[in-house]
Design a protein around this ligand. Structure first.
Ligand code: TTP
Ligand code: MG
Length: 575
């Protein structure tokens, strides 16, 4: 819960102001029944009109003060809770952004979403409630008891029985409620995660006609949520009527005993009315307290879940960087690098890889699927850290370069292209926010995207749906390449990103890339041998190991895996 400290430090003054208003409001409420009893027992009974008038005006004044306090605390409570909620969400967002891929793999995507939305809302509501009603409830409850006892201490015995009974119910409520609401939250996560997975894979689901299967999966998660929530609500709903029962029994007792006492002169009618009034106030505040606990329990569960995100340490270690600028541009060195997704003890997907990529060179990487091509290049921008060995960019160990600087040098076009909702121009500019329109066009020309974009009626202002659904696979790939190019990187990594582009266009892209910058180091992963064979150096990857390294001609002589790929794709007779 440490993360809450920051907000407490920031908002405690306003919070106290809100609670002060609330206290004034509660005190005003508390005075009303006693004044009323005085009006009845003295003013009305003895027909003293001046007394009635005087106390009537006093009552009005107190109501007015109470109303002003109520308006103020409402404004304060809304302001504080909204600001607090917004800041908490923002901080969480920033924290999640700082996570390494490893960290994110720790959480299922959907739970991070529910933590950011639903959990924050719960905590925010609780903070709001705290300033609106919650503090008032105990004040009114205790105040009513004091006022009631003060009014007629003979009657206090009735309170002595009812209130402890209600208290026991409240404690039980809390004990039983907490684990139930934790469960509710977890079920909500599940529903979200099924829904998210369905929505991302909706095309496949339809193609495979697996709608029923997905529906069942959703129904199962949904039913579980319903059942857990219903159980939680059922358990919770027993408590309010229970409290109500005890207090109403108390009120009946007051009326019954009080009625007898009036005839003996031990109590007055106004006092009975005031006493029952206080009892009703006690009832309301107890109900409120029980609601508070329900909300508290939910907020506590949510706070813990949010706390888990804040508490997660970034798995990536950062060295103190004194000077990470270099005279070299676009050089990459791998020195005996091994890597596994499961840490040191996991199965290695990259095994003892060493190679050097000189500035301006084009390196091709080829190998069967699962041979570790994507994993290998994801180590360069430090999406993951290798388990052993050293990776250097521009001659400096990547661990000694600040992440911002490192990633500024490198542009990656991932294998699975990701586009965002927005226009094509916005998507390309995503690589460089302040890029001019000319730069956008230039990048699109190099990636052979300009021509097809020009055929759209709205050209660069064509809106893309989520994930770029209204573009073809090859078109998306070309927009992704333009987005990487506009960044003007030193090192460009293309991960199989021309797989959906025809061979002629691919050759054009390669040529324009070559012409575009002599200083740009390109690392091109390809499944097609034609994508890599013109590279300055080709790495043949086999099961995480380098099976061959050299130019096309050399590999054709020395590397049997490379030969196999070549002959299977091109045939014996060559191109
Ligand atoms: P990749 O590096 O993804 O293999 P690849 O890029 O050569 O394959 P493709 O041509 O199909 O793109 O995977 C190497 C191994 O690492 C493989 O066994 C799967 C595993 N892996 C993970 O465990 N987690 C991951 O996030 C990725 C990307 C791969
Ligand atoms: Mg891959």
């Amino acid at each position: 819960m440490n993360f809450l400290k920051k907000y407490i430090n920031k908002y405690w003054k306003l919070f106290c102001a809100g609670v002060s208003c609330l206290t004034i409001e509660a005190l005003c409420d508390l005075m009303q029944p006693t004044i009323m009893s005085k009006i009845i027992d003295i003013g009305v009974k003895k027909r003293a009109i001046i007394y009635v008038e005087r106390f009537g005006i006093l009552m009005l004044l107190i109501t007015a003060v109470g109303a002003i306090a109520a308006v103020s605390r409402n404004i304060i409570a809304s302001t504080v809770s909204q600001k607090f909620g917004a800041e908490l969400r923002e901080d969480l967002f920033v924290k999640i952004q700082s996570f390494s891929f490893d960290n994110i793999n720790n959480f299922e995507g959907a739970t991070l979403v529910t933590r950011l939305t639903n959990d924050v809302t719960q905590v925010q509501n609780f903070a709001n409630g705290l300033m609106r009603i919650f503090v008032k409830a105990p004040i009114v409850c205790i105040g009513s008891i004091i006022m009631a006892v003060h009014l007629n201490y003979h009657m206090a015995g009735v309170l002595g029985i009812t209130i402890p009974m209600a208290g026991i119910l409240i404690v039980l409520n809390m004990k039983i409620g907490f684990p139930l609401f934790m469960k509710v939250q977890r079920s909500l996560d599940k529903v979200n995660s099924v829904m998210r997975e369905y929505l991302t894979g909706v095309r496949v689901v339809k193609a495979f006609n697996r709608f029923n299967y997905e529906s069942e999966r959703f129904e199962k998660a949904n039913n579980e949520l319903v059942s857990v929530s219903t159980t939680a609500m059922k358990v919770m709903s027993v408590f309010s009527p229970g409290i109500s029962l005890f207090v109403n029994l108390g009120i009946t007792a007051v009326l019954w005993i009080g009625g007898n006492w009036v005839s003996h002169g031990k109590m007055q009618v106004g006092q009975i009315i005031a006493f029952t009034n206080y009892m009703t106030q006690i009832l309301f505040s107890l109900m409120m307290i029980s609601n508070v606990f329900t909300m508290f329990v939910r907020a506590k569960a949510s706070t813990e879940r949010i706390g888990e995100v804040f508490a997660l340490e970034n798995t990536m270690k950062f060295n103190e960087v004194s000077n990470d600028t270099s005279e070299v541009f676009g050089r990459v060195d791998f020195e005996n690098v091994s890597f596994s997704y499961e840490g040191k003890n996991g199965q290695a997907v990259i095994k003892n890889v060493s190679f050097t990529c000189l500035p301006g060179e084009t390196i091709g990487i080829i190998g069967s699927t699962g041979s570790g091509k994507t994993s290998l290049v994801s180590l360069i921008p430090r999406f993951y850290d290798g388990t052993s060995g050293t990776i250097k960019v521009d001659g400096i160990d990547v661990k000694d370069i600040s992440l911002k600087n490192l990633r500024e040098k490198i542009a990656v076009v991932p294998q699975k292209n990701v586009l965002f909702t927005g226009t094509i121009a916005e998507n390309i500019k995503w690589g460089k926010e302040n890029a001019s329109f000319e730069e956008v066009i230039q990048a699109a020309k190099i990636s052979e995207a300009h021509d097809f974009i020009s055929t759209f009626p709205e050209k660069y202002d064509t809106m893309l749906g989520q994930g770029g659904v209204n573009l073809s696979g090859g078109q998306k790939q070309r927009v992704s390449i333009a987005r990487a190019l506009i960044k003007n990187p030193e090192i460009l990594i293309l991960d199989d990103c021309t797989s959906a582009v025809d061979m002629v266009t691919e050759a054009k892209i390669r040529k324009s890339l070559k012409d575009y910058s002599k200083r740009l180091t390109s690392i091109i992963i390809g499944q097609r041998i034609t994508s890599v064979m013109t590279a300055d150096k080709i790495i043949v990857l086999d099961n995480g190991e380098i099976a061959g390294l050299g130019k096309h001609d050399e590999l054709m002589k020395e590397c049997s895996i490379y030969q196999d790929i070549f002959y299977s794709q091109i045939g014996k007779e060559g191109i």
